[in-house]
Design a protein around this ligand. Sequence first.
Ligand code: COA
Length: 255
Amino acid sequence: MSDILVEDRDGVAVVTLSRPGHRNAVTYAMWRQLADLFRAFDRDSSVRSIILTGAGADFSAGADISEFDAVRGGLEASKAYEVAVDAAGDAIYEVSKPTIAALRGYCLGGAAHLAMSCDFRVAEGNAVFAIPAARLSIVYGISATRKLCALVGVTQAKRILFSARRFDAGQALDIGFIDQVAEDALAAAHDRAAELAENAPLTIAGAKFILNGCARGTLDHAAASRLIDEASASHDYIEGRQAFKDKRSPRFLGK
Ligand code: COA
């Protein structure tokens, strides 16, 4: 998995898109690896929060266009390619741990989908955003467009998709595409990830499931109720109350 680096320390996993010579453009193989990776994080109780970033100067210039003739040439290949893109985005969106995108330089097209699939986006002042699908005659995918619309609203989403124009970190913050500008995005993401890794995993997983379901308009009430019950019956609920009585920080296990 050399185009995707994974580091895991103190409960914080850092996933780095690493093709700096190609501005970390994401290949078909990488979309599929990302889906597998984030599904595996879901099952790994040692991972409490996840950062997604890019190696070198950029987050990513999006899908690797240079391989489109080979892997996204005709209609059937395009469909299969989009399934892989959506699987990666949705695995990131649905992982039950908090996710933070640390962004600098270019964040374009499919890379914006990856960033939007995270719970939070922190960007450096030099970050450049665009979804240039209208320069390639591609309709941005349903899953990605829905995430864009949920973040910025329908009018801004139309501006971004119809115009294919670039926007900077300040504009991205203004419209809600990102939620923080920082001098060092990775350091800021680490601070946030470490803080979230201390909190009750079952609370975060439950809140994320309910909020994602509300954002998508597909909330499964029965599944949400099961998560609420699981937290109420958990070791961590006992630990949280005991820590309050002992006037100490709780030590949560996620069960
Ligand atoms: N797919 C494949 N290769 C890409 C890429 C992409 N999306 N984005 C950049 N690269 C490659 C370039 O082809 C170049 O490779 P080369 O040195 O072998 O020619 C290398 O990365 C460096 O990029 P370069 O274009 O030389 O840098 P630049 O500063 O002149 O321009 C961009 C940077 C991002 C503006 C420009 O590369 C670009 O427009 N990329 C495509 C962006 C895009 O449309 N993304 C949406 C895809 S869904």
